[in-house]
Ligand binder design. Structure first.
Ligand code: 3HC
Ligand code: NAI
Length: 689
């Protein structure tokens, strides 16, 4: 137990070091180790002052998240922090890396805090559906004031050392070895300065304003208002009582379903990073320069993603005007970001400077990775990949951003199908976190490892999937949207469907989302497929009728909804209602009132059923990969954990019974229960089992 926390003496300073890789999480053994090493330091007569630090990258990333939901085992974190704060010898926290959650709370219990310039300090509990539960709500406002403390805890975003110093959290920012800096501070003769002894005055008006803001900003979430409650109690109760009150609120959050969903949402992308069959022995290829083909919507955004990570890009177009337009859009995007104060003018220059335009494929000869984002046409993609095969160096990774085409067929025209892979970004590519990496039957293991590593470097959530129409995300999206349209055909309105899904927690409903994406895209694809005699495409419906009338969505200020000039608020439109009514009449559909529950069930059950088929086909490796995709690319409410997790929380028995009932009533193929769902239900161990 004790090896997770060490004790050593430097002169008259006793140094306690948490050494529990990878992030010094404060699990039971570490807590016990901290208590034991503190006792040792206090008993060490040679130690006048104590320095507490973390080995490796982190001071501490906080409570061990994997312990939540298990029976508590002492000593508790508040007990350990109390012991440090009440220590008769002064304690200095030396923070070299992250101090998050309980890790920062531990540092707040120390008497002084010294941080390296690269440290990152925060209370991100809210992102896990929790509140700081080891004194954070009580101690932080004593250092920063109520407003700043509430902002830090409600946003859950870490501060860098300089901002933490300005906020009053850190006493000294020191270059070089942070433990040495803390030892120097000890040498200056520090006394006790306990955070609990600092005053915290109540301010009813300010607290009421904070409560109103938080309620508005964090609609539907349970824990943010509990944070404000804990701060309020801290202004009025004696310290110990306020701590107990905070603990009760923490436990109520711990018991909430939102906490389960958010913790699943935390782990799902980290699981997805571990691709089955691609172990640590498979080394990624070195990627230092990147080529991108096509400077349109996607190519430009992808180029920015790389430039943001400091990776140089050559952006290739066939026509000079298209290239100039693409580069100008990139610059304008960066300038807009700078105008909002999010990056500096120097950063605009540095990032645009990393993106070099070209009209000559020879400029891609030395690229380590090339990502194609040209028109969605097999003929055009084939031409591009033939050229890449001829031009690129051996070992270059050749990726396509196609959203619908068969990547095995794209790879076929090259003499190196093992180097071809899909990298499916989401629009706007410089903003959206999700990156579906798509392996074909022949993509080499080290190419798979490479694209996962690239996702990490450019700050994306990479999820490896297999080839099928729509891959994982869009395939489930199509299934859900087909159901949304069917519900409208039967009698619901688009606004009713959208409201049910936004009430569930989606940022936007399916129809408002379609208006944002543009109705023309899907319409053109359907028209193409109808012309090609594809039996899978339905006859034209009211959505096609809208697009035919030039109602493409937000960009034409009319789609399924209409939009006032300069507004993105969807307004229900009688013209759409009339087209829906025409469609129902022509199709001979007798309309009925559709209730909200049916809308929610049909949309979500359909997603789960399609997700189960995708799993069974091996297109996704785990249910949590599907969740990671929907959480990071499609705005599935994080506190519900993703569609597959949601289904388990609802009860797979209930979901399967629901699907069976809809199958009996609606009779369509997609409603046939996915065989995997029955197997998982029978085995009784959930998707993970
Ligand atoms: N508990 C348990 N495991 C943790 C953890 C934690 N607090 N933080 C990270 N890990 C694990 C990850 O799951 C991952 O495990 P894996 O390698 O098996 O997948 C490993 O540590 C490395 O994590 P990342 O891949 O995320 O590494 P990064 O370097 O990208 O990020 C980090 C490091 C910034 C620390 C990030 O992991 C993070 O944000 N962690 C969560 C921090 C947090 O939310 N802390 C609050 C916890 S709640 C709390 O403290 C309650 C208290 O108030 C009582
Ligand atoms: P776009 O039409 O905005 O851009 C395509 C660009 O490619 C144009 O600038 C065009 O000049 C250029 N181009 C065409 N042929 C070329 C060639 N042979 N060589 C070099 N450049 C060429 O299209 P968009 O939306 O950027 O889509 C590109 C690809 O990304 C498509 O495969 C699409 O399916 C996929 N995709 C699109 C998403 C979206 O939301 N728009 C999301 C995910 C993938």
């Amino acid at each position: 137990m004790s090896e997770l926390v060490h004790y050593a003496r430097q002169g008259d300073v006793g140094v306690i070091t948490i050494d529990s890789p990878p992030v010094n999480a404060l699990g039971q053994a570490v807590r016990a180790g901290l208590a034991a090493r503190l006792a040792e330091a206090l008993a060490d007569e040679g130690a006048k002052t104590i320095v507490l630090t973390g080995a490796g990258k982190a001071f501490s990333a906080g409570a061990d998240i994997r312990e939540f939901g298990k029976p508590p085992a002492g000593p508790s974190l508040p007990e350990v922090i109390d012991a440090f704060e009440l220590s008769p010898k002064p304690v200095i926290a030396a923070i070299g890396g992250v101090a998050l959650g309980g890790g920062l709370e531990l540092a707040l219990g120390c008497h002084y805090r010294v941080a390296s310039p690269f440290a990152s300090l925060g209370l991100p509990e809210v992102k896990l559906g929790l509140i700081p539960g080891a004194g954070g709500c009580i101690r932080l406002p004593r250092l920063t004031g109520i407003r700043a403390a509430a902002d830090i805890m409600i946003a859950g975003e870490p501060l860098d050392a300089a901002r933490a110093e300005a906020a009053g959290i850190v006493d000294r920012v020191a270059e070089g070895d942070v433990v040495a800096a803390a030892v120097r501070l000890a040498g200056e003769g520090v006394g006790h300065r306990r955070t609990r002894d600092l005053p915290l005055a109540g301010d009813a008006e300010l607290l009421a304003a904070v409560t109103r803001d938080v309620a508005k900003r964090t609609r539907g979430l349970f824990s943010p208002l509990r944070i404000v409650e804990a701060i309020e109690a801290a202004t009025r109760l004696p310290f110990e009582e306020a701590l107990r009150h905070e603990r009760e609120l923490f436990l109520s959050c711990l018991a909430s379903p939102q906490r389960k969903g958010l913790i699943h949402a935390f782990f799902a992308p980290r699981e997805a990073a571990k691709v089955p069959g691609i172990g640590p022995e498979v080394k990624p290829r070195r990627i230092e320069t990147v080529g991108i083909i096509g400077a349109g919507t996607m190519g430009g955004g992808i180029a920015m993603s790389f430039a943001n990570a400091g990776i140089p890009v050559t952006l290739l177009e066939t026509r000079a005007e298209a290239l100039e337009k693409g580069l100008a859009t990139i610059r304008a995007n960066y300038e807009a970001t700078a105008a909002k104060g999010r990056i500096t003018a120097a950063e605009v220059e540095a990032r645009t400077g990393l993106i070099r335009g070209s009209l000559d494929y020879q400029d891609l000869a030395g690229a380590d990775l090339v990502i194609e984002a040209v028109f969605e046409s097999m003929a055009v993609k084939h031409e591009v990949f033939r050229t890449l095969d001829a031009v690129c160096k051996a070992g270059a990774v050749l990726a396509t951003n196609t959203s619908t085409l068969d990547i095995d067929r794209i790879a076929e025209v090259t003499g190196r199908p093992q180097d071809v892979v899909g990298m499916h970004f989401f629009s706007p590519a410089n903003v959206m976190k999700l990156l579906e990496n798509v392996r074909t039957r022949r993509t080499a293991p080290d190419v798979q490892a490479t694209v996962m590593e690239v996702a990490r470097r450019i700050g994306k959530v990479g999820v490896m999937v297999g080839v099928c129409y729509g891959f994982v995300g869009n395939r489930i999206l199509h299934a859900r949207n087909r159901e949304a349209v069917a519900l409208v055909n039967e009698g619901a309105t688009p606004q009713q469907v959208d409201k049910v899904l936004t009430d569930f927690g989606f940022a936007m409903g399916p129809f408002a989302t379609s208006d944002l994406a543009g109705l023309d895209v899907g319409w053109r694809i359907r028209e193409e497929r109808r012309k090609a005699g594809d039996p899978e495409v339905d006859a034209p419906n009211w959505l096609d009728a809208l697009a035919e009338r030039g109602r493409f969505g937000q960009k034409t200020r009319a789609g399924i909804y209409r939009y006032e000039a300069g507004s993105r608020t969807p307004v229900p439109d009688p013209e759409t209602e009339a087209l829906i009514a025409d469609y129902r009449a022509a199709a001979g559909i007798a309309t009925r009132a559709v209730d909200d529950r049916e809308i929610l069930e049909r949309c979500l059950f359909m997603m789960v059923n399609e997700g189960a088929r995708i799993l069974d086909e091996g297109i996704a490796a785990r249910a949590s990969d599907i969740d990671a995709i929907w959480l990071n690319g499609y705005g599935f409410p994080a506190y519900r954990g993703g569609p597959m997790f949601w289904a388990e929380q609802e009860g797979l028995d209930k979901v399967v019974a629901g699907i069976e009932a809809y199958h009996a009533r609606l009779g369509t193929g997609p409603w046939a229960v996915a065989p995997l769902l029955r197997r998982v239900l029978a085995a009784g161990r959930g998707f993970a089992g």
